[in-house]
Write a protein that binds this ligand. Structure first.
Ligand SMILES: [Zn+2]
Length: 338
């Protein structure tokens, strides 16, 4: 394997990924309903600023502005025919920033969900999903992405369809899911399920993990769940900068750079090798994360209590696997029996 990400993983214990795309672009004036991918063509300098913000803050890997660049999502803006072109542009601008960085930087072509529910529950067929992912993948490849980066996925069917589409494009990839529903994805996938899914796929990802979801605490609980399965695959942690709060009609994330620095170090202690942020994670958060990862020694795998102490409470009692709540239930049951 000679791709840029595998090379960096061979020589580094951990790598830092980037932060938010949406939050950064909203701060630059993107409207709430506007497709960010159009900016790859119309606001190229702002996309350069977004990418440079990650690279200059110490990211080894950054994601392209192509999360919604698939035919299904672009259809909402009557741009379903532009998936390839907008993906290519996203990667081309990224390539330029990465190559000018003066150190090895991985351009990860972001691929988000189609937004459709797959058959038999929904209407999107497997073949159509594969083709949509394939088209986006070809665009990112043509623009010079090193790897593809599937993110915020809820359904295992969609994860598998993406893997198939990426195989058609001959591209290595990473893939994360969003565990935003009491420790599970919206479609019910647990951390343990995901280890099975990622490890069992024919065109296996280079790394897998969790992104977005609820808060930094929940995300680390999920990472502990991955690690508990004893997987050898590199784990990705890309948590939000705190909890989203509605404030004056917009979403604000309450996580400070100090909190994200603690999160980054804890993510590494939990077993993650690729550590970044998601929504709300700005360059100042990334700088604090990089500094903490470089200066603080690796520690033991943290307990759930330690995570709560550092980052705040979980959004739900259990993580959906039963693993965390089982001992407690057993103890209670034991007492009742006794
Ligand atoms: Zn997010």
């Amino acid at each position: 394997m000679t791709n840029a990400l595998s090379k960096l993983l061979e020589t580094n214990d951990w790598l830092m990924a980037d932060g938010a795309t949406g939050t950064n672009l909203f701060n630059m004036g993107l409207g709430a309903g506007d497709p960010p991918e159009f900016w790859n063509e119309t606001e190229t300098d702002k996309i350069r600023t977004l990418y440079r913000g990650a690279v200059d803050s110490g990211s080894d890997i950054f994601l392209t502005n192509s999360f919604g660049a698939n035919a299904s999502r672009l259809k909402l803006h009557n741009a379903q025919a532009r998936a390839f072109e907008l993906s290519r542009l996203a990667a081309e601008i990224a390539r330029e920033i990465a190559d000018g960085a003066g150190r090895p930087i991985v351009v990860a072509g972001s691929v988000g969900p189609t937004g459709d529910i797959m058959q038999p529950v929904g209407t999107l067929s497997h073949a159509d999903a594969v083709e949509m992912f394939h088209e986006t993948a070809e665009g990112l490849k043509a623009g010079g992405a090193d790897v593809l980066w599937l993110e915020t996925i809820s359904a295992p069917e969609e994860y598998r369809a993406a893997a198939e589409g990426f195989k058609l494009a001959g591209m290595p990839w990473c893939g994360t899911m969003s565990f935003d529903t009491a420790g599970r994805t919206m479609m019910g996938v647990t951390s343990a399920d995901m280890v099975q899914l990622a490890g069992g796929i024919e065109n296996a990802p280079l790394a897998f993990g969790a992104n977005c979801g609820t808060g930094a605490s929940d995300l680390l609980r999920t990472v502990l769940g991955f690690a508990a399965q004893g997987t050898e695959m590199p784990i990705i942690a890309k948590g939000n900068a705190g909890i989203p709060k509605y404030h004056d009609g917009h979403i604000h994330y309450d996580g400070t750079p100090e909190l994200m620095a603690d999160y980054a170090v804890l993510a590494r202690d939990c077993g993650a090798r690729i550590i970044g942020g998601c929504c709300g994670t700005m360059p100042e958060h990334l700088r604090a994360m990089r500094e903490a990862l470089e200066t603080r020694p690796k520690g033991d795998r943290p307990t759930l209590e330690k995570i709560v102490q550092a980052l705040g409470p979980f959004s739900s009692e259990g993580d959906g696997t039963g693993d965390d709540t089982a001992p407690k239930r057993e103890r209670r049951g034991g007492r009742r029996r006794g």
